[in-house]
Each structure stands twice: as structure tokens, then as C-alpha cells.
Ligand binder design. Structure first.
Ligand code: SF4
Length: 381
């Protein structure tokens, strides 16, 4: 039986944040209803492709999935439960943004089967939140967090973002410390650095915003994150993800381990969602009208992954995890030695201290994590 991670994209938000390049937009209740109908159809009609899979994780991402009515989430889960084999201990995560939920809704979501909540906080500084266009304040987040605990959620991730306009090292460490003071503290923290993406209002009007921290400050933020969270008992298990023991995101692990374990597949349902199943990869249409109509095939950019693609994926995805990769597993997967295929970059980065090799295991060092994109670029075949 293959392992399947299911991603469900909910492309709706109250309004766009200035840095956001995700596929999301405000929408009427009627569009949301039609979208959920289309999603259910897509999930139902593709079930025949996954009869040999057990669904280990389901992830409602966005956008703002918590914007949907609880009944919609319940309906989507019911369709999955009817048409797919769901593992008895399935992890079901929903991304929730403050000001889009309340206690009643969170209780209904818990009752529907959501057992992990990922709350988008980004910062506890109200000026920073306002500058990046978030719809909530820190107090709004505190309300959502306390409602989530009251509703019985005992596995909560908080999303944070460093390198925001006007952010200082002190305000970033304050954000971290405020989050760690929550009672009880979150089980999981994702801490990403802001990337100013082309086409976003932040990119187009960068001069109208307070400056983002310089490279040196950004690097210090990075080190402080891992130091402070480490002191509070969180283990960094991936470049930007930290968890209390036993609370690593199982869904994300399916993505990162896919390169290593080809029995791990993931399918994305919804607008623009990506899938990789066996050696095939595709993306759904990003055109809302085409998605809602579903009269033509909505799968686009269908690729068959070559052995070279799979070897690159093994290294890129595997090295994102702090546990690293195994030379023996590489050999078992490809019948080729990693030392023959990647002799030059391995020697180069090990000698420069960005990679470390202990017996069979190869992983990034702390400095390597910092410069991971430079390291990864050298592993393109
Ligand atoms: S809430 Fe998230 S998905 Fe929605 S606009 Fe803001 S960053 Fe984008």
C-alpha cells in the first residue's frame, strides 16, 4: 500500500496581503459554494487512481481555509472518507487565520475531524502586521489561539515571518518570546523569512514601505530563531520548521521524504494545486472559470520525471531535513553510488564545512542551512 498526502487548496482570503503571491483572492459566498462543489467533484472523480493508496495526511491550505463555512469543510472530508482509504490515525490540518474563526466554528471543525491547526500569526507587532496588510492584530490572534485550545486542539502550529519591513532584531525576538509565553505553548512553529516576490504590491512599490532588514540582520534573526526555540525545547527538523518531540508535521514530511521514499505520493485538489504520484507530476489549472466548469481536463504541465529528476529531488528534499540523507538509500533507490553521481559538490561542500558526512549520513551543517540555496544549486545534474 502506498502512502498518500492529500492537499486541498482553498483560494479565498478576506483581502490580499502586500507580500502574497499565493493563488488566493477575495470571493463571494456563492463563488465559495460553487468552488466546494467543484472540489468535491474532482475528489470523487479521481478516486479510482488511488485505490492502492492509504491517505495518511490531509492538509487544507490556502488562501484562508478557515474562511469557508464549517459545513463546507465537513462535506469535503465526508467525500474523502467515502471514496478513499483513510488511515485510522490520519493527520488532518487546516490553516486558520485570526479574525476568520470563532469558538463555535473551531468546535465544529474539531468535531468534523480536523486534528491539527496551523494559525497564521506572522508577527506579534501590530505595526508590522499592518504594514504587510494582515487583517488581524496580535489580540485577534490571542483570541483565536485561546478559542482553539478551548475547542480541544492539542496540536497547533504557528506561522511566523522574519525580515518584514521595519522589523528589527529586537522586535523579531519579541515575537518569538511572546509566542513561547502562550499557555500552553504551540507544539510546532514555522519560521520563514519574507521573500519579496516580483508582481506583489510590496515588490512593485518597495520604496513606499519601510525598509526590510539588511542581510546581516536577517542572518542574525535566523540564528536567534534556532537558538531561542532550541532553548525552549523545540527541535529544528527542517530548514524553517521546529517542533516539540513527536509533533513534526507528518504532511510536510511526505513532501520532503518523497525524494527518498518513492512509496510516498501526494495529490493536490483544487485551483492550481500540484501533485506528484509515482513518476508523474502535474498542476491543476489556475483559471477559476475553467476549474469551476471542469468540462475539460484541468491537469496541466504533466511531466514524467526522469531518473535525473528523481536523483535531484532525493538530494534537494532530503537535505532540507536536518536528519539529512543516506548514501545507502540513494544506492538502493537508483542502483548508483551518490559518490559517483555527486563527487564534485559533495567534496566541495564538505571541505567548506557546509555539509557534513558521518558514515552513511550526509546533512547540512548549521552554516550549510544558512546557505542551503547555494549548496542545492550545485546538485542540479
Ligand atoms: S492570508 Fe495568506 S494567502 Fe491570504 S493574502 Fe495573506 S499571505 Fe496570501
Amino acid at each position: 500500500m502506498q502512502t498518500l498526502g492529500v492537499y486541498i487548496h482553498i483560494p479565498f482570503c478576506v483581502r490580499k496581503c502586500v507580500y502574497c503571491d499565493f493563488l488566493s483572492a477575495p470571493a463571494t459566498q456563492e463563488t465559495q459554494r460553487l468552488y466546494v462543489e467543484a472540489l468535491k467533484k474532482e475528489i470523487r472523480e479521481n478516486a479510482g487512481l488511488y485505490t492502492e493508496h492509504a491517505v495518511e495526511t490531509i492538509f487544507f491550505g490556502g488562501g484562508t481555509p478557515s474562511l469557508l463555512r464549517e459545513g463546507h469543510i465537513k462535506d469535503i472530508l465526508s467525500i474523502l472518507k467515502i471514496y478513499y482509504k483513510i488511515s485510522p490515525n490520519v493527520e488532518i490540518t487546516l490553516e486558520a487565520n485570526p479574525k476568520t474563526t470563532d469558538l463555535k466554528k473551531l468546535c465544529a471543525l474539531k468535531a468534523a475531524g480536523i486534528n491539527r491547526l496551523s494559525i497564521g500569526l506572522q508577527s506579534t507587532d501590530n505595526n508590522e502586521l499592518k504594514t504587510i496588510g494582515r487583517i488581524h492584530t496580535y489580540d485577534d490572534f490571542l483570541q483565536t489561539y485561546s478559542d482553539a485550545r478551548a475547542a480541544g486542539f492539542d496540536n497547533i502550529n504557528i506561522d511566523l515571518m522574519s525580515a518584514l519591513p521595519s522589523q528589527t532584531l529586537k522586535s523579531w525576538t519579541n515575537t518569538l518570546k511572546n509566542v513561547l509565553k502562550l499557555t500552553p505553548p504551540p507544539e510546532h512553529i514555522s519560521a520563514y523569512s519574507l521573500i519579496v516576490e516580483e508582481g506583489t504590491p510590496l515588490y512593485e512599490h518597495i520604496d513606499c514601505f519601510p525598509p526590510v532588514p539588511d542581510e546581516e540582520t536577517e542572518r542574525q534573526m535566523y540564528y536567534e530563531t534556532s537558538r531561542i526555540l532550541g532553548e525552549y525545547g523545540y527541535t529544528r527538523y527542517e530548514i524553517s520548521n521546529y517542533a516539540k518531540q513527536g509533533y513534526e508535521s507528518r504532511h510536510n514530511r511526505i513532501y520532503w521524504q518523497r525524494g527518498i521514499k518513492h512509496t510516498h505520493d501526494y495529490v493536490g485538489f483544487g485551483l492550481g494545486a500540484s501533485s506528484t504520484v509515482s513518476c508523474r507530476r502535474w498542476k491543476n489549472t489556475s483559471d477559476m472559470s475553467a476549474y469551476l466548469a471542469q468540462t475539460a481536463d484541468i491537469k496541466e504541465d504533466i511531466q514524467t520525471l526522469s531518473q535525473t529528476d528523481l536523483m535531484e529531488e532525493f538530494v534537494f528534499l532530503g537535505l532540507r531535513m536536518t536528519s539529512g540523507i543516506s548514501a545507502a538509500e540513494f544506492y538502493q533507490t537508483f542502483q548508483k553510488s551518490i559518490d559517483d553521481i555527486y563527487k564534485v559538490p559533495l567534496e566541495k561542500w564538505i571541505s567548506q564545512g557546509l555539509l557534513v558526512r558521518e558514515g552513511d549520513n550526509i546533512r547540512l551543517t548549521d552554516r550549510g542551512i544558512d546557505l542551503s540555496n547555494t549548496v542545492f544549486a550545485d546538485f542540479i545534474l
